[in-house]
Design a protein around this ligand. Structure first.
Ligand SMILES: C[S@@+](CC[C@H](N)C(=O)[O-])C[C@H]1O[C@@H](n2cnc3c(N)ncnc32)[C@H](O)[C@@H]1O
Length: 256
C-alpha cells in the first residue's frame, strides 16, 4: 500500500478518538435534518433524497464493486436510480476505453432495478424520459410483498455482482423484512446499504409524525438481522470516513 493510502486509512481509523470531530458531524446531522437538507439535491436533473456524503460513498462502492445489477427499494423522484444508472454507465464507458471497443450503451447488461409501492406517474414519466432510462427497470408494489420479492429474485437470476440499497419504509419490521428478502442477493464482497438508520440517533420528536422513531427503525433492524447473519458485517470505515451520513451502521458488507 502506498503512503498516501495508508495515511488515509490511519486518519479514518482515528476518527473515533476525536470526540470534537464526531460531535461536529453529529451536530450537523441534527441541525440539517431539521431543515430537510436531504431534499436539496439533484442527480443529473432528478431530485435525490440523500446527503452528498452518502452519494460519494455510493460512487466509491460502485466503482470498487463494479456491480452488474443494483437493486433499490424506495424510488421517490428517481434520483437515486439515476445516480446508480449513471455510475453503471461510467463502468460501461470505462470498459470501452480499456478494451478499445466502441461504446454501445444499449448492449450493456448492467442494470438498476427499483421497487416502490407508489411510483407517481410524473416521476415515472420523468425517469422514463431520462437518458439513463435504458439502464433502469421499475416494479410497483410493496417491497415486502411475497410476489414482489419473487419478481425481484427472478429478475436477479444470472447477475453476478449485485449491490442492494434499502430506502423505503423505515420501520423496524419493514426494514428487517427487506433485509431478509434482499440482503441475500448482495454478492460476496458487495454491500447491502440500509439508509436512514440515523433515526435511531435522533430525538423521538423529530420523527413524531412518522411510524418509525428511536427503537423502531432501520438501525434496530440491522442489529437484529446481524444476530443471525454472520455473512454480513457493518463497514464502520464508511461512516468514519463520511462523518456525515444518514446510514450509520447501515453500510453492510457481505464477507462470506
Ligand atoms: C425516502 S424515499 C426514497 C428516496 C430515494 N431512494 C432517493 O434517494 O431519492 C422512500 C420511498 O419509499 C417508498 N415506499 C414506502 N413504503 C414502501 C413499501 N412498502 N414498499 C416499497 N416502497 C415503499 C415511498 O413511496 C417513497 O417513494
Amino acid at each position: 500500500m502506498d503512503s498516501f493510502q495508508s495515511e488515509i486509512e490511519k486518519r479514518i481509523a482515528s476518527v473515533p478518538e476525536n470526540p470534537d470531530l464526531c460531535q461536529a458531524g453529529d451536530n450537523f446531522m441534527f441541525e440539517s435534518i431539521k431543515t430537510k437538507y436531504s431534499y436539496n439535491f439533484e442527480w443529473l436533473g432528478r431530485p435525490i433524497i440523500q446527503y452528498p456524503q452518502d452519494m460519494v460513498a455510493m460512487q466509491e462502492l460502485i466503482w470498487s464493486i463494479k456491480p452488474d445489477l443494483i437493486i433499490e427499494t424506495g424510488i421517490a423522484h428517481g434520483g437515486s436510480l439515476i445516480l446508480s444508472a449513471s455510475m453503471l454507465a461510467l463502468l460501461d464507458y470505462t470498459d470501452a476505453v480499456e478494451s478499445g471497443q466502441p461504446l454501445d450503451p444499449k448492449a450493456s447488461r448492467r442494470r438498476v432495478l427499483g421497487i416502490d409501492i407508489d411510483i407517481r406517474s410524473h416521476n415515472r414519466a420523468a425517469i422514463e424520459a431520462h437518458p439513463m432510462a435504458h439502464k433502469i427497470d421499475m416494479i410497483q408494489g410493496s417491497s415486502i410483498a411475497p410476489e414482489i420479492i419473487a419478481q425481484v429474485h427472478e429478475y436477479a437470476k444470472g447477475y453476478e455482482r449485485i449491490l442492494v440499497c434499502l430506502d423505503s419504509n423505515h420501520t423496524h419490521d419493514h426494514a428487517l423484512a427487506e433485509l431478509e428478502a434482499y440482503a441475500p442477493l448482495a454478492s460476496k464482497g458487495s454491500y447491502c446499504v440500509v439508509f436512514d438508520s440515523i433515526i435511531e440517533d435522533l430525538p423521538a420528536e423529530m420523527s413524531s409524525d412518522r411510524p418509525w422513531g428511536p427503537g423502531d427503525n432501520p438501525k434496530t433492524a440491522v442489529w437484529e438481522y446481524l444476530k443471525t447473519h454472520a455473512e454480513f458485517e457493518i463497514d464502520k470505515n464508511v461512516e468514519q470516513k463520511l462523518l456525515i451520513t444518514v446510514a450509520p451502521d447501515g453500510y453492510l458488507k457481505r464477507i462470506k
